[in-house]
Design a protein around this ligand. Structure first.
Ligand code: FPP
Ligand code: MG
Ligand code: MG
Length: 435
């Protein structure tokens, strides 16, 4: 029998880009304040998975060039070319910002004329897109990465790191990426301000990508991250009801309709607790992956209604949910040394994640503890004992596998390519990871 083809390693495929991405990202973060520079760059100086940039770049490579001959593809290439200079210019360009230099002219008086001059031409007439499946990539864009997409990968990582800076303040975490967390090293105030600064720089870079659709997508992610955090703070207390069985959301068919449905429509949310938990998981983790991947495809010239956008979104959403579910199991099963951050953090923060919710089915005693957010004397220790004795971690991993499998399935809607193989590999990597 012929051996199975070797899997494409996503990191090997993108290695040269990833190194370059990290180095050039640091140049986007310079300010005139050394302490602000230090905090803004801090988490980028430690090794990380760079999962979000990988996802953005793989989707760019897997979908660039689809829909050849349509105005959007031409737009994508022309837009990237026209933006090259702008992308390379420092983000603190004084002619536009006229902020810290009082001698700069005030542009507001000429705003209306300027706006008239810069109004974009009306959109091209609509022609229906052809089906994607039997299409091959356009030679012009195949296997290329547009400069706008490379920048998007950095923006997405900046937003992620901004959220970690804020998260480590909220969670009072002493460790991140194997070293002192930013609040531990610099204090809470600088950590919060550093996160805000990253969001500011990410927004400026975002505006230069030349797509309002992408600005809207990514701006909505920032709101989603906050919504997820708030939902988590409110807790997932609610009516006790049977948790989902991990097989309930598995399906061998690719349902195109489901790709367009609401983010949680295909998740196994059969109780209040589970529905809140999975919604929070989408908002705090999967939204950035889903919309980041979708934005990459938009910058590649995929038009509204084309399936590659929906594939990117559905893949990112399922991969993100799988990733977070695994994260929630690692909190119980991996050591602080492996994780580079403290273990058992969720219970101590009063949070009931997948393992606790499943364990409560076997040990109803956990319900009360979940309700009071493990705040009673000895709750955390007792809950740890019960969760370890239960199948909670195992079943959460099974549920993660179901989502990873769904992510893998939707890829069948794209033509075969090395990048698509790497995206397939990523679905396995996310479930197998130990850190
Ligand atoms: C890590 O989760 C945190 C997140 C995925 C998002 C946190 C979002 C905010 C703090 C809202 C503010 C957002 C912005 C963009 C400023 P975790 O605490 O479960 O994981 P950990 O173990 O890695 O800390
Ligand atoms: Mg947190
Ligand atoms: Mg945290």
């Amino acid at each position: 029998s012929t051996p199975a083809p070797a899997k494409t390693d996503p990191y090997a495929l993108l290695a040269p880009h990833l190194d370059q991405l990290r180095t050039s990202l640091l140049t986007l973060l310079g300010s005139s304040h050394p302490s602000l520079d230090a905090i803004a760059q801090y988490y980028f100086l430690h090794p990380s998975k760079q999962l979000r940039p990988v996802l953005v770049l793989l989707f760019a490579r897997a979908t660039n060039g689809l829909g050849e001959g349509f105005p959007e593809v031409k737009w994508a290439a022309d837009n990237a070319k026209a933006r090259q200079q702008e992308l390379d210019a420092p983000l603190t360009r004084k002619d536009v910002l006229c902020d810290w230099n009082p001698s700069m002219p005030d542009h507001t008086a000429s705003f209306e004329t300027a706006f008239e001059l810069r109004r974009p031409p009306s959109p091209p007439p609509h022609t229906p897109p052809p089906p994607l499946l039997h299409q091959t990539h356009s030679p012009a864009l195949t296997h290329t990465l547009l400069p706008t997409q490379l920048r998007l990968a950095q923006i997405v990582e900046m937003i992620h790191v901004a959220s970690l800076l804020h998260d480590d303040v909220i969670d009072k975490s002493p460790l991140r990426r194997g070293a002192a967390s930013a609040p531990a090293a610099f204090g809470n105030k600088l950590a919060v301000l550093g996160g805000d600064f990253l969001l500011g720089r990410a927004s400026a870079a975002l505006s230069r990508l030349g797509s309002n659709e992408v600005v809207e997508l990514i701006a909505s992610v920032i709101a989603n991250l906050v919504e997820g955090e708030i939902l988590q703070m409110k807790g997932n207390g609610g009516e006790a009801a049977p948790p989902p069985t991990s097989s309930s959301s598995a399906s061998n068919d690719i349902d195109l309709q489901a790709l367009h449905s609401s983010p949680l429509a295909s998740s196994p949310a059969s109780s209040d607790k589970w529905s809140i938990y999975l919604k929070k998981t989408y908002l705090k983790t999967a939204s950035l992956m889903a919309k980041g991947a979708r934005a990459a495809v938009v910058l590649g010239g995929c038009r509204e209604g084309e399936v590659c956008k929906e594939v990117a979104y559905a893949y990112g959403r399922n991969l993100g949910i799988a990733f977070q579910l695994i994260d929630d199991t690692l909190d119980f099963s991996s050591s602080t040394a492996q994780l580079g951050k403290p273990g058992f953090a969720d219970l101590r923060l009063g949070l009931a994640t997948g393992p606790a919710l499943y364990a409560a089915e076997e040990y109803p005693e956990l319900e009360g503890m979940i309700g009071r957010r493990f705040s009673g004397e000895g709750d955390v220790e007792r809950a740890l004992t019960l969760i370890s004795a239960s199948r909670g971690v195992e079943r959460t991993r099974e549920l993660a596998r179901v989502h990873a499998e769904k992510a893998r399935e939707v890829l069948a809607l794209l033509p075969r390519s090395e990048a698509r193989d790497a995206l397939e590999g990523l679905t396995e990597g996310v479930v197998r990871r130990r850190w």
